[in-house]
Design a protein around this ligand. Sequence first.
Ligand SMILES: O=C(O)CCC(=O)C(=O)O
Ligand SMILES: [Fe+2]
Length: 356
Amino acid sequence: MAKSCDLPVGPAPSASANDNSRTPPFGSALRIPQYDTIEEIEMGNGCTQAVTDLVSSFSADDLSGPRLLHAARVIARAIYRNASAKTRDTFGAFVRGDTDVLIVHDLFAVPNNLEPTPNDCSPSLQSRLFALGVAGLTFDCGHQPCAVSNENHGLYDRHVRSTAGKESEPSSAGGAEIGPHTEHSSRYHGDWGQFSPQIDTICLAGLRNIDNEPTGFAALEEVLRYLPEKSISALLRPDFAMAPPDSTDTARSASHMPILYRRNGLLESAYRADKVGVPPIPEARQAIDDLNSAIHSAARSVILRPGTACIARNPRCYHWRDKVKNPSRWLVRGFGIAPSTAAIFSNPDRPDLVHY
Ligand SMILES: O=C(O)CCC(=O)C(=O)O
Ligand SMILES: [Fe+2]
């Protein structure tokens, strides 16, 4: 594995449990490339330059609605055209579900004249447009860029940076620690009693990170190797509650939720360590403790330097961060949804907006 990804704390996950090892169906003469759950790639100079030039040519109108989907396709094409054959294969591995976390270096180049933070203003257009690099990468990885209706004012580009007056908040607008989570784990779509799909991908990209402060992550595939069977069973039961993240406009919690569930033949997870409600059942308490220590055992980290992006299949990867030390740190975040996900798109002029 990879250069800037730290090695997991604790023993290396055992290779035998790796789902990605495939037996060629037509005998051993056929070489089938194998992909890891976590991959790391570097874009060439040509790509970095093309994406940097292209994103700055768009306007604020291109950050939402049909224009966002169009811009994502244009940028996805520029990335793809400038990518090596191996990089294209890596995107394909993410599309197929072989890879759940993809770290991409030099996706774009960030000039050092971004406005200082914390401030209490909306980000400048120059800063906002880097989200289109995230949207293009999301598209290359088989997902459509999307925003959530009750968060971030329905805007696609979410800026993870301290805002004046909110420096100590445990959310993307502040700098406090955020525990391990998947995005929109409370899955409240307004359909009482229904489990709504989570957001399919989260992509975070660095704009400024002077002190190289890391983002932690743990792929579910690796977390499961550390979880006792008994706790997996307890986490599959719909016994838990989940409050929404601090960034959403709704305060309504979801109840009777499982932490692990099956979808498309795979286990997925919906979890926010800071917001989970645990029933007074000893097995459930034990399972949450085991999950937290399994996440710790499978923990890796990435430093999102300017131009480094990390796209993760949200229900198959937990992420988190420690308290931010340097308040000038700035990441841009964009969500993605798989074309096959049965989300609710309530406004034809905003096909990018997922209604929760
Ligand atoms: O600040 C970070 O490194 C992660 C923030 C985060 O969890 C998010 O924006 O979803
Ligand atoms: Fe997050």
